[in-house]
Design a protein around this ligand. Structure first.
Ligand code: ADP
Ligand code: GLC
Length: 494
C-alpha cells in the first residue's frame, strides 16, 4: 500500500506539539507493516538544511503553484532518516516558508497552506508515484480531498483511485478563513454557501472541507471521537461529524519506544526499568540541579511539559495557586504559549524559588529529563484529543495526574477508583472529572498522600504504568484497516 502522509509538522525537523511526534512515528510503524510511505512537510526556515542532508529532486523540478491566480516558484527536496526507511519530502517556497515559525496569525496563513497542499498534489504527479492513500492531518491539509475530487479531477488517470483520510489531531484548530480564501484556493465559488461542505459559521473552514470530502476520517482516541460528536466539544463541527458518523473512527496514538524508553533513552543521564527503577532517583537529582531547585528524595517533583494554552487547563492551576503552594511539593514547568501563563509560571518561580522552577521555551532534551526525573506529571486539560506526555510519563514511572477527558481518560486508570472498587491494584495514575480548581487540587492531594504515606502503593502504580504497552503496533494496524475502508469508499461512493 502506497501512502502519502501530509503534515505541517514532523519531528525532528519541525515540531510544536504531538502532531510532530505522530508524523514521525506513525509513518515508521506503517513502513514496518509493509506500507510504502512518503511524508510531505513544508520546508520552514527553522529546518537546518545541512544537518539533514537534503537533496534536490530534479524529477520534480521547479513547479509554478498558483495561489489566487498568482504562480509561486516551488521546489522540492528530500531526505531519508536512516532509522525509519521513510522518505521525507520538503516543499520549498521561500516566499511563504522562509519565516522563523511554523504557524502564524499572519493575514496570509491561508495562502501558506493552500500552496503547500497544491504543491504536494503536483509533486506526486510529477514524481509519477501514485498513492493509494493520501493521509491528511489537521486543517493545514484539509483541502486536499476536495482539491483531488474537484480541481485535479481532470487527472483521473493518476488520481482516479487515490483515496484520502482526514485525521483530526485537535478539533479546536480548524483553519477558518474569510470567503476570499475560496478564491485564493481556486475552489469553485459555488461550493461556498451557508452550511455547505466547506462553510461553517460564515467562514471557509479547511478542516470541515477535509471532514466532508475525505473518504474516511478519524481522531486520535475513542473517547475524544465520542466527545466531539456528542457534546459541545465539537467546536461547531459536531454536525459534520455526525453526518460522517459511519466513516468516523477513534484510533489511539502510539508512541515510539525507540525514542521514549527509560532503558535506552540517550537524552537522560541514568537508565532505569520497571524491575530496576533506581536510576530514576539519580535523574531526579539531576533534574533538580538543572532547574536550580534543592533536592529532597521525599518531596515529590511535579512536572509539566506543555503548550501553555487555555485548552491545557492552566486556568485551573492559576486559580488554585494558594492551595497548591501549601503542598510540600516542587514544580518544574517547561512550556511556551500564552503570555498570561508564561508570566504565571515566571512569577511563581520568582516568589517560590525553592518550590517552583520554570523554563519558558521549547527544549527536547529538557522534556526527556523532566519525564525521567519527576515523580508526578500534571495534565489538567480541558480537552485532550490523545495527549502523548501522559503516555511518556507512564513509561518513565512518572505518575500522571490528569483530567478524565479524551485520550487522557483512555490511557490513565485512576488508582483509588480501581482499588476502592474491588481492591484492584491496577491503577496507573490519578484522575479527576470536574473541570474545577477544587477537583484538580483534591486529585493532586490524593496523589501526594499516596506518595507520602504509601510507598508500597506508589511503587505499584509506577510499575503498572511502566509495564503498559502503548506502542504503535496495534494502532498502525488499525490505520491500515482505515485505509482499506477509505479505498472501498472511494471506489463505491465517488
Ligand atoms: P499537544 O500536541 O496538544 O501539544 P501532546 O501531549 O500530544 O500535546 O504532545 C506534546 C508534545 O510536544 C510532546 O512530545 C511534548 O514533549 C512536546 N512539547 C510540548 N511543549 C514542549 C516544550 N516546551 N519543550 C519540549 N517539548 C515540548
Ligand atoms: C494534538 C492534540 C494532542 C494529540 C496530538 C497528536 O496536538 O492536542 O492531544 O496527542 O495532537 O495526535
Amino acid at each position: 500500500m502506497r501512502v502519502a502522509f501530509v503534515s505541517a509538522e514532523m519531528y525532528p525537523f519541525a515540531k510544536t506539539g504531538g502532531l510532530g511526534d505522530v508524523a514521525s512515528t506513525l509513518p515508521k510503524a506503517l513502513a514496518a507493516i509493509g506500507c510504502d510511505v512518503k511524508v510531505f512537510i513544508p520546508k520552514y526556515a527553522l529546518i537546518d538544511h545541512s544537518k539533514y542532508d537534503l537533496s534536490y529532486i530534479w524529477a520534480i523540478g521547479e513547479m509554478p503553484i498558483r495561489v489566487g491566480g498568482y504562480p509561486h516558484k516551488v521546489n522540492v527536496y528530500k531526505t531519508m532518516l536512516k532509522e525509519t526507511q521513510v522518505e521525507i519530502y520538503f516543499i520549498d517556497c521561500p516566499y511563504y516558508f522562509n519565516r522563523p515559525y511554523i504557524y502564524s496569525s499572519n493575514p496570509d496563513e491561508d495562502e501558506r497552506f493552500i500552496l503547500f497542499q497544491k504543491a504536494v498534489i503536483e509533486s506526486l504527479q510529477r514524481l509519477q508515484w501514485k498513492p493509494d492513500i493520501i493521509h491528511c492531518n489537521d486543517w493545514q491539509t484539509g483541502l486536499i480531498p476536495l482539491l483531488l475530487k474537484d480541481n485535479y479531477n481532470w487527472d483521473k488517470k493518476f488520481y482516479g483511485k487515490t483515496a484520502t483520510i482526514m485525521t483530526i489531531h485537535n478539533i479546536a484548530y480548524q483553519g477558518r478563513f474569510p470567503k476570499k480564501s475560496v478564491e485564493k484556493a481556486e475552489i469553485r465559488p459555488a461550493l461556498f454557501y451557508p452550511n455547505s461542505a466547506i462553510e461553517s459559521w460564515g467562514s471557509f473552514c479547511f478542516l470541515k472541507a477535509g471532514l466532508m470530502y475525505a473518504d474516511a476520517i478519524n481522531t486520535v482516541s475513542k473517547m475524544y471521537a465520542w466527545e466531539i460528536t456528542n457534546s459541545d466539544f465539537g467546536h461547531g463541527l459536531e454536525s459534520a461529524l455526525r453526518y460522517r458518523i459511519n466513516d468516523f473512527y477513534g484510533i489511539l496514538n502510539g508512541i515510539d519506544y525507540g525514542v521514549w524508553n527509560p532503558e535506552t533513552d540517550k537524552k537522560i543521564p541514568y537508565h532505569f526499568s520497571p524491575d530496576n527503577p533506581e536510576g530514576k532517583k539519580e535523574n531526579k537529582k539531576q533534574l533538580c540541579h538543572a532547574f536550580n531547585l534543592p533536592h529532597y528524595e521525599n518531596v515529590p517533583v511535579i512536572g509539566i511539559v506543555s503548550r501553555l494554552v487555555n485548552l491545557k487547563g492552566f486556568n485551573l492551576i492559576a486559580e488554585s495557586v494558594p492551595e497548591l503552594m501549601k503542598l510540600n511539593a516542587q514544580w518544574i514547568v517547561l512550556g511556551v504559549g500564552e503570555d498570561k501563563y508564561e508570566n504565571l509560571f515566571r512569577s511563581l518561580a520568582y516568589s517560590f524559588p525553592d518550590k517552583v522552577s520554570t523554563y519558558i521555551g521549547f527544549d527536547d532534551i529538557l522534556s526527556h529529563l523532566i519525564e525521567a526525573g519527576s515523580d508526578m506529571f500534571l495534565m489538567p486539560s480541558f480537552t485532550e484529543p490523545c495527549g502523548l506526555n501522559q503516555i511518556y510519563s507512564l513509561k518513565y514511572g512518572t505518575v500522571p495526574i490528569v483530567r478524565k477527558t479524551g485520550g487522557l481518560a483512555d490511557t490513565v486508570k485512576d488508582w483509588d477508583e480501581e482499588y476502592n472498587h474491588g481492591s484492584e491494584k491496577t491503577g496507573t495514575g490519578f484522575s479527576f472529572t470536574d473541570f474545577t480548581g477544587l477537583a484538580m487540587t483534591s486529585c493532586i492531594k490524593r496523589a501526594f498522600d499516596t506518595f507520602t504515606n504509601r510507598k508500597d502503593f506508589w511503587r505499584q502504580i509506577m510499575y503498572n504504568g511502566m509495564t503498559r504497552n502503548f506502542s504503535w503496533d496495534v494502532s498502525a494496524g488499525k490505520y491500515l484497516e482505515l485505509y482499506k475502508k477509505a479505498i472501498h469508499n472511494r471506489e463505491n461512493m465517488w
